[in-house]
Design a protein around this ligand. Structure first.
Ligand code: ADP
Length: 201
């Protein structure tokens, strides 16, 4: 119990400067660092994190020495079920064994600017079915145009996650469907509470 408390305190400390990357690497606020190809960012909305996301994060950890799971949000157009801070918390809660390897953070603005700020050399994206491909292809080309020094890498989750998406999980749960197979057990409680009482903005 005492150990768990200590861990939480460490995590809190690391999350003190969302969006600056200072939670994961040392450096002056807003400073541009040269890209490190061992450092990857896995960006997404994670609203909420699903077992498909967790699968991709674990695979990314096998390939890269540091993975930053970056919650993208737009303060002017926030239709998300969970606040950026809640999403960051849910990511940590879903990966208790990856303390130190994974950093969760949130950012707004261009992903490539965030990558430059924290010095990450790789963007990780997950691919499910062919339907993901066109959007991911466009995003990759645009990010490459904006920031040629940052490479995008695609990983595929296990086949049991092929049809899992945050959007579908929310839809099914809204109508009373059982989503325990798709959402990490650590976040189910908050998820159900939020369904019962939607977030105030
Ligand atoms: P979603 O598409 O579920 O709303 P995000 O926007 O947070 O999720 O997605 C972030 C990244 O994770 C995207 O590259 C997306 O394709 C990938 N991803 C999401 N769910 C899965 C899954 N079940 N398997 C593989 N990749 C996934």
């Amino acid at each position: 119990m005492a150990g768990a408390k200590k861990k939480k305190a460490v995590r809190k400390k690391r999350r003190s400067a969302p969006g600056t990357g200072q939670s994961s690497v040392r450096g002056a606020k807003g400073a541009i660092r040269s890209p490190d190809e061992r450092m990857a960012i896995y960006p997404g909305s994670f609203d909420p994190i699903t077992k498909g996301h967790v699968d991709i994060i674990r695979r990314a950890c096998h390939v890269f020495s540091r993975v930053t799971v970056a919650v993208a949000y737009n303060p002017n157009k926030d239709a998300a079920m969970f606040s950026p801070e809640e999403r960051v918390q849910m990511i940590y809660d879903s990966l208790p064994d990856l303390e130190g390897e994974v950093v969760a953070d949130c950012f707004t603005g261009l992903l490539v600017d965030y990558a430059r700020r924290i010095g990450a050399g790789v963007l990780v994206r997950g691919l499910r079915a062919v339907s993901d491909f066109e959007y991911e292809f466009q995003m990759t080309m645009m990010n490459r145009h904006l920031c040629p020094e940052v490479e995008t890498v695609f990983l595929m989750a296990g086949e049991q996650h092929f049809y899992t998406s945050s959007r579908l999980v929310k839809e099914v749960a809204t109508f009373g469907g059982d989503v325990t197979s798709f959402v990490p057990e650590q976040v189910l409680d908050l998820f159900h509470r939020r369904l019962a009482r939607p977030r105030k903005r």
